[in-house]
Write a protein that binds this ligand. Structure first.
Ligand code: S3P
Length: 450
């Protein structure tokens, strides 16, 4: 039920130094999982720091529809009274997952091995995304899915009445697919095994262990072999959601490209399966440091300090790092525009099936703003123009994609001429306080309507 209503055009202009502290919201991946696993536990899970963006609010509504009691206390504090593994009831109505691929794919997995039927839908972006990557492995449990042509939403899932455990090699690097299979495996008897060739974010594995499931990961020649024992009783948890590294990326990258900036972004989750952008930026010559490195809620965390970095250079991003920074390529391409030389990004086919085709959306918008970009099916190269060399001045499209929208707003902060976005609505899916937070650091962003 994302608020993609009347378009909100926005303009971002070159600004002075960005300074201060940027307290970005809670991690989106961990927020979804807190609600879903809380709904599958028996008793009250308490969550603090939940991301209250549209994507996560849609998941909260969905968990209510499946029978869990979900209570908002205010200030990011939530309670979920779960119904236990296999305890979901059949929703009365269509489950609207708005813009969220993570929400819909994880929820499909969570209900797929219960004897209930549910129909899922979303906005125009979500309804165009591929779901067969999730429904194919769910069929192995005995689940039936009926969707539109090409395995697209709206789609009805008929849960397996007598689920069997599965062994599944994930064919694409996708934490959503891995997680859907693991969540389905919760209500199947015996051991469900998921094998991934490339490591993707491992929040589901960590959190399942925290909720008391028997789960282990072994690194073998086949890849990461994850074994889950089905039908556990999940124990409710107290969860402090760390701040989202994918949201931290925006103030960090803005600071790197605006003269004189010095921004502290505290309490950022630095799980190695998520932190690839920060390694890449440092290799490009970014003045980015980690302070107060610590463990919080089982996840590594640190305070990030980003300073203006006028001498960044383009690099070849190792394809093996792609999964650990998959959501950050759009904003990396903006930093690359202000570096000198080519930034080469390969092995990133998955970017073409996100909330938008992110290679195409960024390539078209960057070119319109004077930056040379070449692209192919699973690669793209941005030729940096250096600080002071990015013309800007164009209007770009957000394509119902929050990360595209925010990336172009960051571009405008360092470009010579303002950058205009056709619609800033999607930003609230993951970063509802983006505008006030960036304004408080010193950014100049304006909504076009009166
Ligand atoms: C997510 C996994 C990634 C990522 C998305 C969140 C998750 O998607 O792009 O924003 O929370 O599991 P894929 O699984 O499609 O790579």
């Amino acid at each position: 039920m994302s608020a993609h209503g009347t378009p909100i055009p926005m303009t971002s202009s070159k600004c002075g130094p960005l300074t201060g502290v940027a307290e970005v919201p809670g991690d989106k991946s961990i927020s979804h999982r807190s609600l879903i696993l809380g709904a599958m536990a028996v008793g009250e899970t308490r969550i603090s720091g939940l991301l209250e963006g549209d994507d996560v609010l849609d998941t909260a509504r969905a968990m209510r529809a499946f029978g869990a009691e979900v209570i908002e206390h205010g200030n990011g504090e939530w309670s979920v009274f779960g119904v236990g593994v296999g305890g979901f009831c059949e929703p009365d109505n269509v489950i609207d997952c708005g813009n969220s691929g993570t929400g819909v794919r994880l929820i499909m997995g969570a209900m797929a091995t219960s004897p209930i039927t549910a129909t899922f839908s979303g906005d125009a972006s979500l309804n165009s995304r591929p779901m067969a990557r999730v429904t194919d492995p769910l069929a192995l449990f005995g689940t039936v899915a009926v969707g539109r042509d090409g395995g697209r939403l709206p789609m009805t899932i008929v849960g397996a009445r007598a689920p069997v455990p599965v062994r599944y090699v994930v064919p694409v690097p996708s934490a959503q697919v891995k997680s859907a299979v693991l969540l389905a495996g919760l209500n199947a008897p015996g051991q469900t095994v998921v094998i991934e060739k490339e490591a993707t974010r491992d929040h589901t594995e960590r959190m399942l262990a925290g909720f008391g499931a028997e789960i282990s990961t072994e690194v073998t020649d086949e890849g990461r072999v994850i074994t889950l024992t089905g039908q556990p009783e999940l124990k409710p948890q107290v969860i402090a959601v760390p701040r989202d590294p994918s949201s931290a990326a925006f103030p960090v990258c803005a600071a790197l490209i605006t003269q004189g900036s010095n921004v502290l972004v505290p309490g950022i989750g630095l799980n190695p399966t998520r932190a690839g952008l920060f390694t890449t930026l440092r290799e490009m010559g970014a003045d980015l440091t980690f302070e107060n490195e610590r463990i919080e809620g089982g996840e590594p965390c640190a305070d990030l300090r980003a300073r203006y970095s006028p001498d960044m250079v383009g690099i070849e991003v190792p394809p093996a790092r792609a999964a650990s920074m998959i959501d950050e390529y759009p904003v990396l391409s903006v930093v690359a525009a202000f570096a000198r030389g080519d930034t080469v990004m390969r092995g990133v086919k998955e970017l073409r099936v996100k909330e938008s085709d992110r290679i195409d959306a960024m390539a078209v918008g960057l070119r319109a703003n004077g930056i040379a970009v070449e692209d192919g099916p699973d690669w793209w190269i941005v030729t940096g123009a250096g600080m002071g060399g990015v013309a800007g001045g164009a209007t770009v499209e957000s394509h119902l994609d929050h990360r595209i929208a925010m990336s172009f707003m960051i571009l405008g902060m360092g470009a010579e001429n303002p950058v205009t976005l056709d619609d800033g609505n999607p930003i609230t899916t993951s970063f509802p306080v983006f505008e006030p937070l960036m304004a408080q650091l010193g950014a100049k962003m304006e909504r076009a309507e009166g």
